[in-house]
Ligand binder design. Structure first.
Ligand code: GAR
Length: 207
């Protein structure tokens, strides 16, 4: 099945002339984190993941980081009294690790201006819908419920509004008549793993 990708830039047009230093934030299984790491290992993205921050002690992303020999740090949001305090701790970890670009790869917390001010126009998010449709949590369930025939995923720069900010790249995924949230999420994730690295490269090229 064909998918629409925008913009359809060839890989050589996404080549970066220096190795960008990434800090990745993730809350869950970490398949997007792994896709970034694999793209780097294959030479498709000129970047290095300096550190992974995860907020959930049982997040599977931690095992992936260990397997890939990428340093990881648990910052459990339950240990912080407010969002700004968590974001301040995140900023400190990223600054110590000389991170240039922040990638929210399935980060399920709302971020604040503490993080955005520390990395202005340098925070990237991936969301499982064609934004501006279906912002917030349960984007896939919302798409199914709405009966749209096409949904997808978006990589965008982050601003203070949830799932807002300039769009870098999107991929469209048709909704099939017998789709469940699981089957649809699976096909969306195949596209996410392609566009996450394109989005990072596009953001760095545009900066
Ligand atoms: C991804 O599908 C991502 O789009 C979504 O979480 C999943 C994480 O999967 N993010 C959001 O919903 C953020 N609003 P992963 O842990 O396998 O990368």
């Amino acid at each position: 099945m064909d998918y629409l990708i925008s913009p359809s830039l060839p890989a050589d047009k996404l080549a970066l002339n220096h190795t960008i230093k990434l800090g990745v934030m993730a809350s869950g299984s970490g398949s997007n984190f792994e896709a970034i790491a694999q793209a780097i290992n294959k030479g498709e993205l000129n970047a290095k993941i300096e550190v992974l921050i995860y907020n959930n002690p049982s997040a599977k992303v931690k095992e992936k980081a260990d397997r890939l020999n990428i340093p990881s740090i648990l910052l459990n949001h339950r240990n912080y009294s407010h969002r700004e305090a968590l974001d301040q701790a995140i900023v400190e970890v990223f600054k110590v690790n000389k991170v240039e670009w922040v990638v929210m790869a399935g980060w399920m917390r709302i971020i604040t201006d503490v993080l955005l001010n520390a990395f202005p126009h340098r925070v990237i998010n991936i969301h499982p819908s064609l934004l501006p449709s279906f912002k917030g949590i349960n984007a896939i369930e919302k798409a199914l419920k709405s009966q749209v025939k096409i949904t997808g995923c978006t990589v965008h720069l982050v601003d203070l509004e949830v799932d807002s900010g300039p769009i870098l790249v999107q991929a469209a995924v048709p909704i099939l008549p017998d789709d469940t949230a699981e089957t649809l999420h699976h096909r969306i994730q195949i596209q996410e793993h392609r566009i996450i690295t394109q989005g990072i490269a596009l953001a760095a090229l545009k900066s």
